[in-house]
Structures are given as structure tokens and as C-alpha cells.
Design a protein around this ligand. Structure first.
Ligand code: FE2
Length: 333
């Protein structure tokens, strides 16, 4: 991180942002058989049987229509825009992102479906690069053409927008067949440690974006973050104000207990394109408003849920989170 990425931050201005997740917005159609003779064949069959019915573009369109009324500054998209990470799916998602807004105002974190197999960078995340990159342009100098290697070089990313530091973590890797597990590369964890211990972020509300849930409370082992314990112990040492994730397709809230007066809230959201009517699995988007008070951050979270009969999203809950300012020099207490 250098001085240039301080440009986007105006640490005293409130920020309103929306979280969307697990959009699965692409259509696979009839894929080139050579591209799916690997783990993708499982994802393709699952799409044919189930996912193409469960995830509907009209639902996502309704979410965007509702969001347009809310005057938001930023979008945080916590992964799984595609089904099996084919080049054509990346291109469909890029088109959707371009319609949503400017890449400066949209931060995208990779999901495991976006890296179903380890694809070439040029055929995958390169297509979304302006939505992924750190404010620090140096990240663009990495040269790997292997998608996963390059993600490992790139993350974590930091984007400063008004009073918020969005800290994006990559949890996807080439997981074995029949697994949707995540893992954070050890070098990424080291860089995350340095970022969270940097005084340059002291003035900002630190919000960590990750695709996988970071505990086992609300997820099965098959879908879990394998090195969640390492991340949690890092966060206990160098905390953030909020963790946002997707992956589970259901809404859930928990927290990491750090000390008697500091809990780190962890919020997981359901898919923003699902037609599920199961409680907590209905399509959702979350609106957050972050305001700086003298000693604390006030984060107001509003949840908007799909009413499938009325064909609209409406507010289903409001919650206020209060979390202390974090100063890096006291973070190791
Ligand atoms: Fe996922």
C-alpha cells in the first residue's frame, strides 16, 4: 500500500454500500466438451439439473432495481458470479458488472465457482480485473498467467472508499472433486497481518470481504474454510470491524469474541438471485451505512428480501452494530 491509495478515502464521510453475493448469473449453454473434461463436469451437471432453475436473472434484476432507489456509494460482491468459471461466463458477468456501475464503485471477491478448476488468468479473472484490483496499482505488475497463482499474488486487496477500508481476501483454490472448501494462501495471510497492523488504516472502518464463512458454525466441512483457525487467530490479534461473506446461500450472523469489549461481527448472506422460499435462503441483498462517531463506528445494516409473489425486494430487518475504532499500535494488546 502506498500514499496513492489514500486518495479514495475521506475518513469522516459516511459510506452507504450494498453487499450482493452468490449471483450465479451466467448461463453455461452448451459448453465445449474439452473445457469441462475435469471437475467442471460435476458443476455442469448440477447446473443442468438444479442451479439453472434455482438462480434466476429476473430476481437479480429486481434486486438491482431496488438498489437503484437507495443511493449507494459502493457495491461489495462476495463471489460466485458464475457457475463453473468458463471464459464465456466471465464475459457475461463482466457485461452485467458494466451495467451495474463504474469499477471504482464495485469490489468483487472471487468465489469457488469462479475458480472451479485452475483456469488461465487471461480466460478468467483478467476479464474482471478492474473490479478486483487493489487501489495500489503495483498489483498489476504481477506476471503469472496461471489464474490461481495470480490470485495468490494479488490478494489481499485494499480499497479505500470514504470512511471504509474494504479488505478483500481470496479464499478460493483448486479444491478437490466433490469439495467446495476454501483456503487462504500462507503468503496472503502474512500480507493480511501486515495490512491489518498498518497505521495507515487507523482512520477507516475495516471491513473484511471473503467468500467462505470463517467459522464452522454455519457450514459443513465440505464447504468450509480449511485454515479458518489461522484467520481467526490473526483477527483476534489484529481485528477488523466487520466480516462479510457469502457461499452458504443462507443468511446468518455470529461473532468472534476478542475481548470483553470487542466482538467482531460476522455476517453471511444468502444468494441474491435465488428463488428459494426456505426461511433464511430467500434472495437477499444487504445495505450498510457506516458512520464515524467520536469513539466508535456505527454500522446500520438493512436486509432486503425477495417477496416472490409481489415480485419485489422489501426491507425485512434493520440492525445497528456499534464497534470501536481500531488503532494498529494497540491491536496487539
Ligand atoms: Fe460458493
Amino acid at each position: 500500500m502506498n500514499e496513492s491509495n489514500q486518495v479514495g478515502g475521506h475518513a469522516n464521510e459516511s459510506l452507504r454500500f450494498v453487499q450482493l453475493s452468490d449471483l450465479h448469473l451466467s448461463s453455461i449453454g452448451i459448453p465445449n466438451p474439452l473445457r469441462i473434461i475435469n471437475k467442471r463436469v460435476l458443476g455442469y451437471l448440477s447446473w443442468l439439473r438444479r442451479r439453472r432453475h434455482t438462480h434466476q436473472r429476473w430476481v437479480l434484476d429486481l434486486a438491482v432495481e431496488a438498489i437503484r432507489e437507495l443511493n449507494v456509494d459502493h457495491y461489495a460482491i462476495t463471489g460466485d458470479l458464475t457457475h463453473i468459471g468458463l471464459k464465456n461466463e466471465f464475459e457475461q458477468a463482466k457485461q452485467w458488472l458494466e451495467n451495474l456501475g463504474d469499477s471504482y464503485d464495485i469490489t468483487v471477491i472471487p468465489g469457488n465457482h469462479d475458480l472451479y478448476t485452475n483456469e488461465r488468468w487471461l480466460h478468467s479473472f483478467k476479464i474482471w480485473e478492474s473490479y478486483l484490483y487493489d487501489d495500489n496499482e503495483l498489483s498489476k505488475n504481477s506476471y503469472s498467467n496461471n489464474g490461481l497463482t495470480r490470485l495468490n499474488e494479488l490478494y489481499p486487496i485494499v480499497r479505500l472508499r470514504k470512511n471504509v477500508a474494504f479488505i478483500g481476501v481470496n479464499s478460493v483454490f483448486d479444491a478437490p472433486w466433490f469439495r467446495a472448501t476454501g483456503r487462504i494462501h500462507e503468503l496472503e495471510l502474512k500480507r493480511l497481518n501486515n495490512i491489518l497492523n498498518s497505521k495507515k488504516l487507523d482512520a477507516y472502518c475495516k471491513i473484511l470481504l471473503i467468500h467462505h464463512p470463517i467459522t464452522l458454525t454455519n457450514t459443513s466441512k465440505r464447504k468450509s474454510l480449511l485454515n479458518h483457525e489461522e484467520l481467526i487467530s490473526l483477527l483476534k490479534k489484529h481485528p477488523v470491524n466487520l466480516v462479510l461473506h457469502g457461499h452458504g446461500h443462507h443468511s446468518c450472523t455470529e461473532s468472534i469474541h476478542r475481548s470483553n469489549d470487542f466482538e467482531i461481527p460476522i455476517i453471511g448472506m444468502s444468494s441474491s438471485s435465488s428463488i428459494s422460499q426456505q426461511p433464511n435462503y430467500q434472495a437477499q441483498f444487504l445495505l450498510f451505512e457506516v458512520t464515524k462517531n467520536a469513539l466508535e463506528w456505527e454500522i446500520v445494516k438493512q436486509s432486503f428480501t425477495l417477496d416472490i409473489d409481489k415480485k419485489c425486494f422489501s426491507k425485512s430487518s434493520t440492525e445497528k452494530l456499534i464497534t470501536k475504532h481500531i488503532c494498529a499500535q494497540t491491536a496487539t494488546e
